[in-house]
Design a binder for this molecule. Structure first.
Ligand code: ADP
Length: 611
């Protein structure tokens, strides 16, 4: 759900604001209709007409009867009040009242209806100052007060006044009719507020529309660019994978057809080189996808700094020698002799950068690796590595994208130098996993400097730990051990048999999970270990493990079962464990991993690793 809103935020924003505008429009519409109805009833014209029609409700003679407050006691006064009340109710007004001009700039109330006894009290009330509308009526011209005009004095009144003439055609009095102007004032306010709200809503819809359009365009552009990069990457990958594969297939044919043992040996050696290259390529892709999914965990082990640097020098030596380049390594004083670090991945970063340096530097060029200590906090130390070359350099506009996956300098670089465009992306991700950062300075034609930092730990008892680690990479002697190998691929059977028989073990094989479980159940105590492939016909390794673990064989719970599979993602390893397996060996076999696994199972007798 959360993901849905994240992916469709623009659409959601647009829909919400469109819905808000729709609701507002419906609301405004109903308010407007109310306002219109009310205004139609209460126009000034209507009120003026009401005032005019009230002028003959009371005759001038009758009005003459009422001069002082006592006159209010007369029965005629009450009768007229009732008359005015009936008129007010019929005409839908609050008040109807008669006033006379006192000639002093003031006027006097004579009689009114009984709408609110607290208010108009006829002759008893004090004279009031004439205001523009009554003044106009007293001058013979009927008039209406302005909306809001009387609000302060009279609690929100809209009033219309009309003259009452005597027999001589003189204005003898005026008649006033009042309605409340509160509703009109409120409606005006509402309409004003709502018009602003509507404007705001319209602006929001337009803004979100524009934003949506802009983001959509951007997304489309980005996904187009990503698709392009992926497409290029796939075609490059296909080329990269095919190259060693073609070599392997061709070399196999050549080895088969050759009668010369020396040639055969040479072809086999080249097959081995091509296969290793292919494996590295696949591992790079897996690494990147693992890192991107946040599934790569650092494996921090005690290490001897100089030994690790020597290993790097050994790895780089053939490449450097092939181009007759000068490679120098310098370690600044202060770098600890022993450290805890993920030396495998740290080496991967450095070798990657050095391989690029070699690749992009012409023959006889200079390549240096500098290591120094930048900072320390307790046992935590920040190390800086600088890989400098005197090669072709990188154009400034390419530097920005260099660390993105699948990106290479430009097409021509790829054609000339090969590569997958993954090396720097992996290096950057690994550096960040080690809490560091990486950047490059480069001058085209002069060379490049890649600098990266990592946080690792100073090691104290490294020597002892190192001894323990080294023990783990020694193969145990498996004489007298019987292993059940459940594996459907004949070639993989041969490879595993070769390795375990050379360690002294006896091997029984089964072609799939079903055969394997039957073979085990026939004689459970005969076996010391089961090596279980995962993907097999008839019954897979997970199922077979469950059958074994739930069987009533005496060692059903204790017999070690190790998964042996090319599925090397964390979820595959977790699934193997969840099914009841004790460990996991990735294919192709890494002798160190095999040694560590066997070491954990049979730690008694050891043999040195034969790689
Ligand atoms: P690749 O496998 O293509 O080398 P990288 O991610 O390692 O992939 O490098 C990406 C691109 O960066 C290279 O294709 C190249 O254009 C450029 N590059 C990397 N290192 C250097 C260097 N030392 N000198 C010049 N260009 C380099």
């Amino acid at each position: 759900m959360k993901q849905f809103f994240k992916n469709n935020s623009i659409i959601v924003l647009f829909l919400v604001s469109a819905l808000a505008v729709l609701f507002l429009a419906v609301y405004v519409n109903s308010l407007m209709r109310d306002a219109m109805t009310m205004l139609a009833y209460n126009t000034e014209e209507r009120l003026l007409a009401v005032a005019r029609s009230a002028t003959d409700l009371v005759s001038v003679e009758e009005l003459e009867e009422f001069q002082v407050p006592e006159d209010m006691e007369q029965p005629l006064y009450s009768e007229i009040k009732a008359r005015l009340s009936a008129f007010s109710a019929e005409s839908n007004v609050m008040y109807t009242y008669y006033m006379r001009d006192l000639g002093t700039g003031q006027y006097q109330f004579i009689v009114d209806n009984d709408y609110d006894p607290a208010w108009m009290v006829g002759l008893e009330s004090d004279p009031v100052d004439a205001e523009p509308a009554p003044l106009s009526a007293m001058g013979g011209v009927a008039a209406v007060s302005d909306v809001g005009d009387y609000s302060d004095n009279w609690d929100g009144i809209l009033a219309a006044y009309a003259p009452v003439y005597d027999a001589n055609g003189e204005v003898a009095a005026i008649v006033g009719v009042d309605i409340s102007d509160e509703q009109i004032v409120q409606t005006q306010k509402n309409v004003k507020t709502l018009s602003y709200v509507l404007l705001g809503a319209m602006a929001t819809v337009m803004a979100s529309g524009f934003l949506g359009f802009f983001l959509y365009k951007r997304k489309a552009r980005l996904s187009q660019a990503a698709n392009l990069a992926k497409g290029q990457f796939l075609s490059r990958m296909s080329h990269e994978i095919r190259t060693p594969l073609n070599a392997i297939i061709g070399l196999c044919r050549m080895a088969q057809n050759s009668d010369d043992p020396a040639k055969k040996q040479e072809h086999l050696q080249n097959i081995s080189i091509s296969s290793t290259h292919l494996l590295h390529l696949v591992n790079d892709i897996l690494d990147l996808s693992k890192i991107e999914e946040g599934k790569l965990e650092l494996d921090v082990v005690p290490s001897v700094t100089q030994e690790e640097l020597d290993k790097i020098a050994v790895i780089m030596a053939p490449q450097v020698a092939a181009k007759n380049q000068n490679f120098t390594m310098r370690v600044a004083p202060g770098v600890p002799e022993y450290v805890y670090c993920d030396n495998h991945h740290l080496r991967q970063i450095i070798v990657n950068l050095l391989s690029n340096a070699v690749k992009f530097t012409p023959e006889n060029g200079q390549i240096t690796l500098d290591l120094c200590l930048l900072d320390e906090r307790g046992d935590d130390i920040e190390c800086e590595f600088k890989i400098r070359d005197s090669g072709i350099g990188i154009a400034p506009e390419q530097i920005e994208k260099l660390f993105d996956p699948f990106e290479q300098g430009d097409g021509s670089t790829t054609r000339k130098y090969g590569g997958s465009g993954l090396g720097l992306a992996i290096a950057k991700q690994l550096v960040e996993l080690m809490n560091g950062h990486i950047h490059v300075q480069s001058t085209p034609g002069k060379g490049s400097v890649f600098t990266f930092t990592v946080w690792i730990k100073r090691a104290k008892d490294a020597q002892k730990e190192l001894e323990r680690e080294t023990e783990k990479t020694e193969m145990p002697d498996l004489s007298g051990k019987r292993i059940l190998l459940v594996e459907d691929s004949q070639i993989n059977q041969m490879i595993a048999e070769d390795m375990f028989v050379s360690l002294g073990a006896e091997i029984d094989t089964a072609q799939n999970g079903s055969e394997g479980t039957q073979q085990y159940l026939r004689n459970p105590s005969a076996y010391d270990l089961i090596l279980m492939d995962i993907q097999m016909p008839v019954m897979d390794g997970y199922e077979a493990t469950k059958v074994i673990r739930t069987s009533d064989a005496p060692n059903a719970q204790t017999i070690p079962i190790i998964a042996m599979t090319a599925n090397v993602f964390k979820e595959d390893i977790d699934k193997a464990k969840a099914c009841g397996m004790d460990g996991h060996l990735g294919k192709p076999f890494d002798t160190n991993a095999v040694a560590a696994t066997l070491h954990a199972l049979f730690a008694d007798k050891r043999k040195p690793v034969s790689d």
